[in-house]
Design a binder for this molecule. Structure first.
Ligand code: NAP
Length: 233
């Protein structure tokens, strides 16, 4: 899809990869609706709002709360008649969930945010007749083929669940012309990785936007990394 002139929703737009997505899409002239759990504390986003001449709107959203998702979707509907691209970027990775440490609460926390959240966000936009194209916030950590180091139970399991959610969405929404693709951003320097990583958010987001603009092949229901390489399930 050509991103030019498109209206884009980005969840978790206040920091990390989400914030960089907002920056790059604004600089391309897109209309952007970003979400934050605490908009009043989202200083970087608010600065972008001030300089955006109405191109950027920030709305409150906690994807782990079904009530918040429903309220947010209604608020969005009141502001725009359609959304061309939804980026389900919000995600959590608990400090450490090795075999000795992982708890039921860790598992539920990651599932609520990383798998159920993106599903409910997509569901609500669909119910509001807003959805033009979906996109899950994938992670290589959700790959069973790629799991060579074990551990990280909560995060890995929740991202693997997101994969199957996206696959079903890609089938259910295909008839409406909606594309649902999983994206692995790479190992990116953000708060989630404790400042470690192989690439910065600029490189990551430039790559992800290129994948979304791929025209030479159908991307629906598939999984790509920021370099455009297909990721093994
Ligand atoms: N960084 C990597 O190497 C990497 C690799 C693979 C996949 N990913 C995925 O890429 C996405 C972005 O990661 P990141 O590295 O940019 O992480 P990050 O810097 O930790 O940012 C996470 C974002 O998600 C938001 N968020 C967390 N829980 C939320 C909730 N319940 N409702 C709404 N928003 C919530 C955070 O908001 P608050 O500020 O309010 O907490 C923040 O905006 C995640 O889905 C992550 O799993 C990242």
């Amino acid at each position: 899809m050509k991103l030019e002139g498109k209206t884009v929703v980005i969840t978790g737009g206040n920091r990390g990869i989400g914030l960089q997505l907002v920056r790059q899409l604004l600089s391309r002239g897109n209309t952007v609706f970003a979400t934050a759990r605490q908009p009043s504390k989202a200083d970087e986003l608010q600065k972008l709002v001030d300089g955006s001449s109405g191109q950027l709107t920030v709305l409150q959203l906690d994807v782990a709360s079904p009530e918040s998702v429903e309220k947010w979707a209604a608020a969005l509907k009141a502001r725009t008649p359609h959304v061309d691209l939804l980026v389900n970027n919000s995600g959590v990775r608990d400090e450490w969930s090795g075999l000795e440490e992982v708890t039921a609460a860790d598992m539920l926390h990651c599932f609520q945010t990383n798998a159920i959240g993106p599903l409910l966000v997509t569901q609500q936009l669909h119910k509001q007749r807003l959805l033009g194209s979906g996109s899950g916030g994938g992670s290589l950590m959700g790959s069973i083929d790629d799991n060579g180091s074990g551990s990280d139970y909560a995060y890995r399991a929740s991202k693997a669940a997101l994969n199957i959610v996206n696959k079903s969405l890609s089938i259910d929404l295909a008839g409406e012309g909606i594309t649902c693709v999983l994206l692995h951003p790479g190992y990116v320097v953000t708060d989630m990785t404790g400042g470690r990583g192989l690439i910065d958010t600029k490189t990551c987001v430039a790559g992800l936007l290129k994948v979304l603009e791929k025209e030479e092949e159908a991307i629906n229901g598939r999984w790509f990394d920021y370099k455009g390489q297909e990721v093994p399930w």
